[in-house]
Design a protein around this ligand. Structure first.
Ligand SMILES: O=C(O)CCC(=O)C(=O)O
Length: 288
């Protein structure tokens, strides 16, 4: 019998006309799969409007670029309710279940907007954050929704097919392909796949995407310390013991903040983050 936390066999499963089993097989074998028309135009428009007005953005630099021309906003589930329906979409859930198991958890939520002039990201592996020797079972499954058309011109994501099975260190000069896809498409990949955003050479086209990373449920304490120890107790513990409970800055922490600061002040949105209109004005002032 399969372990309850293992990937679910989705062969033959079809949801709303989408062949989930084939997509899972494609992700497992090639490392990625594209589903066009995953989101409707109306859904994209509504979510984009919320991302533009409700979601404070930090100008965090993309991996391997120093231009400041990628806007990023993490911690979206704390910032807007506009995308909840996407997380809960039964097709999305079934694909993730098929790749990493049905008790997965949200790892990262990011809205990003790659502006004209952004340079190419380094190829990277999203599961490289964990020092786990390769090959290993898949433990991350990620999806990137295209809000704008992704084209070679505006920097469509580079992927290296089959690289999720490779055990060697990433080579930046390896041949890659750019995944061009129309707005509303979903690009899924297994966390070991070598990939990265491309150069945005377009004169005036932004490339907005919405990224959700899923992690297996079992990479966490069996007694969930962060929830089990009430915060008013945790706040009074020695610093080292707070770290041991899980209040440590791993990855992006809490919107780029140290979780131990959030434990004390409750702040979950980076104080430098501003909504898109602020950054648009900054950019246009800088161009004058
Ligand atoms: O820009 C893209 O298409 C991919 C983004 C990405 O992989 C990242 O920011 O880590």
């Amino acid at each position: 019998m399969n372990h309850p936390y293992s990937p679910v066999d989705q062969s033959g499963v079809v949801i709303n006309g989408l062949d989930i089993g084939s997509i899972v097989t494609e992700i497992q074998s090639r490392g990625y799969a594209v589903v066009e028309h995953f989101l409707k135009d109306t859904e994209i428009a509504a979510t984009r409007a919320a991302f533009e007005t409700e979601v404070p953005i930090t100008q965090m630099r993309a991996i391997g670029t120093k231009t400041g021309r990628t806007w990023r906003s993490h911690n979206l589930l704390a910032k807007t309710r506009a995308a909840d329906f996407i997380f809960l979409d039964s097709r999305l859930r079934a694909i993730i279940d098929g790749v990493i198991g049905k008790y997965s958890q949200v790892n990262i939520t990011t809205m990003f907007n790659t502006l004209p002039g952004e340079t190419r990201q380094d190829l990277h592996q999203d599961d490289g954050l964990w020092p786990i020797p390769r090959p290993h079972p898949p433990f991350l499954c990620n999806v990137l929704f295209a809000f704008d058309d992704f084209t070679k011109e505006n920097g469509a994501t580079h992927v290296v097919p089959f690289s999720h099975q490779w055990t060697r260190a990433i080579e930046q000069d390896v041949e890659s392909i750019q995944v061009e896809m129309p707005s509303g498409s979903a690009l899924f990949w297994e966390g070991s796949l070598w990939h990265g955003g491309g150069t945005n050479r377009a004169a005036d086209e932004e490339r907005m995407g919405f990224f959700i990373s899923h992690l297996v449920s079992y990479m966490r304490p069996s007694d969930l310390q962060l929830v089990s120890v009430p915060r008013d107790i945790a706040r009074k513990l020695p610093h080292k013991l707070q770290r041991l409970l899980g209040y440590y800055p791993f990855g992006n922490g809490v919107d780029g903040l140290d979780p131990i600061d959030t434990l004390h002040d409750g702040v979950v949105v980076h104080p430098d983050a501003r909504t898109a209109d602020y950054w648009r004005k900054q950019n246009s002032d800088a161009e004058k």
